[in-house]
Design a protein around this ligand. Structure first.
Ligand code: SAH
Length: 282
């Protein structure tokens, strides 16, 4: 931790997403708020399809049995949870600190004819409104970096997971050492998105263990995800800037879009897919 690192808290994050609702509603990613996955620089898959591809990779990692009940912590607009239910038949409960997201996600579930299987509610990852061991699997898709304390969030996720159940998540990590000069620039950009400092790849397994979980796999997918998303999203945003700006509070919008001449690329920040499980009780 450095003096410039930022600690997001649930209420603030909820307000942030409530204010941004218009922008995400017109989302270039469909009902997803996460990066896409592209096989290579030449892969011309569109943003929404690439975002769904990442969701599918996460679905595989949960290794669900028929009839499974899954918790989606930080559910966004509900796109990933609905896809998970459609593909696997699982029952899914999603939580977000944004009331507007929860409303929208429940609407999308209804429209998809899935409201009997998938439901969304307001809830904070740091204090989940669920019993111990009440889910067969848990995922946190691009959400843990917006929580105030990674280890505490993972401990809480592990608490509601049944012994033997799996947890899959994506997270930012410090892929290249951040120089003293670049640190405030990077922390400044992350803070605009209410995102805390990137995690450490090497420290992840120990952090999971301290949270009562066991690491199954950690993969760096930066080259297939964030590297490409920043460029492709930039292009798409440039084309849709006027439409987006019209849907969001100008003050909020001004904070998010790159300043004139600003380069928002952060090669030091990589993207991980992490899979863990809760050990069977002895
Ligand atoms: N998983 C979704 C959304 C990712 S955006 C997707 O992939 O599309 C991050 C999400 O995490 C938002 O829904 C935000 O409200 C949620 N979030 C951030 N901090 C949270 C917290 N403390 N408790 C619950 N949800 C949180």
């Amino acid at each position: 931790m450095t003096s410039s690192s930022f600690t997001p808290v649930g209420e603030q994050v909820g307000q942030f997403y409530d204010q941004l609702m218009g922008a995400f509603d017109a989302s270039l990613y469909g009902p997803n708020i996460h990066v896409g996955f592209w096989d290579s620089q030449e892969d011309s898959t569109g943003l929404e399809e690439a975002a769904n591809r990442l969701t599918d990779m996460m679905i595989e990692r949960l290794q669900l049995r028929p009839g499974a009940r899954v918790l989606d912590i930080g559910c966004g607009l509900g796109g990933p949870a609905l896809r998970l239910a459609k593909v696997t038949g699982a029952e899914v409960v999603g939580v977000s600190v944004s009331l507007k997201q929860v409303e929208k996600a429940n609407l999308l579930a209804e429209e998809a004819g899935l409201s009997g299987k998938v439901s969304f509610q307001h809830g904070d990852a740091m204090n989940l409104p669920f019993d111990d061991a009440s889910f067969d699997a848990v995922w946190m898709l691009e959400s843990v970096m917006q929580m105030p304390d990674r280890k505490a969030a993972l401990t809480e996720a592990g608490r509601v997971l049944r012994p033997g159940g799996r947890l899959a998540l994506t997270d930012n990590y410090e892929r290249e050492t951040i120089s003293a000069e670049r640190r405030p620039v990077i922390e400044g950009i992350l803070k605009r998105y209410l995102t805390q400092s990137p995690a450490s790849f090497e420290a992840y397994p120990a952090m999971l263990r301290e949270a009562g979980l066991r690491c199954a796999e950690i993969v760096d997918v930066s080259e297939n995800t964030t590297r490409q998303s920043v460029r492709r999203l930039g292009e798409a945003l440039a084309e849709n800037m006027a439409e987006l700006a019209a849907k969001v509070d100008p003050e909020v919008f001004a904070k998010l879009k790159p300043a004139d001449g600003e380069n928002m690329e952060m090669p030091e920040v990589g993207y991980l897919i992490v899979t863990a499980r809760r050990p069977e009780e002895a």
